[in-house]
Design a protein around this ligand. Structure first.
Ligand code: PAF
Length: 283
């Protein structure tokens, strides 16, 4: 297990591993401050590949001007230890200049509605930054498989589309959301929450799970279910809703009735902290 900061060292290590018959590379891209959600990705990658690379890079291009890039939690020593225990072989922790060479002006953009709705509506350049950095990281690491969490449901759909559209030779593996014992979806941003915000944030999972139940019981009307989720969340005084949506789970197209698998997704601010959560629902 090693911590690598330069692209050259990473490429040489991976070449050496391949020369030693380590055939498949599993890749877990992260922005660090690892939690159990990341661990589930690393463990899955370890099960399915000879060598596992975890990148820790807080990507500036996916943050808007008034977002939390500067205060995003960073602790590479902690991340290294956690990644090692979970079975990673390499932690790759590049500097901004390693990813974006001076004067870089090339981006990977998934055009169309799927990057403009949900998080794309309130974070206009977010997915341009995500797809660009994922593309660059794939070009450096050249993984056989890359692992992403279902918590970032829209990110997963956008990345899968990029991989499909650009004929990229990597399998995208999606792992389920990992939750705290009380149901809060794991996120590096949870550390920002004060006690009251943390308590009220539990409403996200509760509202989504209840909507899922209602749908199973026969209430398949999207307007009703969205209204229910909104009302439930708004009952918490610290919650400020960014969006509550129920869309087709594969395409993110609008739907009126739940006939096949749908994605119920929410983004809600508690204080300064914006949390997202989602659940698949069907009847
Ligand atoms: O999901 C994340 O942590 C980031 O969006 C990713 C995929 C590592 C790109 O910076």
């Amino acid at each position: 297990m090693c911590l690598i900061t330069s692209n050259e060292d990473l490429i040489n290590s991976l070449k050496k591993a391949k020369d030693n018959k380590m055939q498949t590379v599993g890749f877990v891209p992260t922005m660090g401050y690892l939690h159990d959600g990341h661990l589930s990705l690393i463990k899955k990658a370890k099960e399915e590949n000879d060598i596992v690379v975890v990148s820790v890079f807080v990507n500036p291009t996916q943050f808007g001007p008034n977002e939390d890039f500067d205060r995003y939690p960073r602790d590479i020593e902690r991340d290294y230890k956690i990644a090692k225990e979970a079975g990673a072989d390499i932690v790759y922790n590049p500097e901004v200049e390693d990813i974006y060479p001076k004067g870089a002006s090339t981006f990977a953009v998934v055009d169309g509605d799927i990057t403009k709705k949900l998080c794309g509506a309130s974070r206009p350049n977010h997915f341009k930054g995500v797809t660009t950095v994922v593309n660059i990281l794939f070009n450096i690491v050249m993984p056989d498989r890359a692992y992403f969490g279902q918590k970032d449901a829209q990110q997963v759909i956008v990345i899968k589309k990029m991989v499909r559209d650009l004929h990229m030779k990597v399998d995208i593996v999606v792992c389920p959301i990992v939750r705290e014992a009380d149901g809060l979806a794991m996120s590096s941003r949870n550390v920002y929450l004060n006690q009251d915000e943390r308590k009220q944030a539990l409403v996200l999972n509760l509202a989504l799970a209840e909507a899922q139940k209602k749908c199973k019981q026969g209430n398949t009307k999207v307007t009703d279910l969205k209204a229910f989720i909104k009302e439930t969340i708004e009952a918490q005084p610290l919650a400020q809703i960014d969006y509550v949506e129920i869309l087709d789970a594969q395409t993110l197209d609008e739907i009126k009735e739940i006939k096949k698998q749908a994605l119920a997704a929410v983004a809600v601010k508690f204080g300064k902290t914006r949390l997202i959560d989602n659940v698949f629902i069907d009847s």
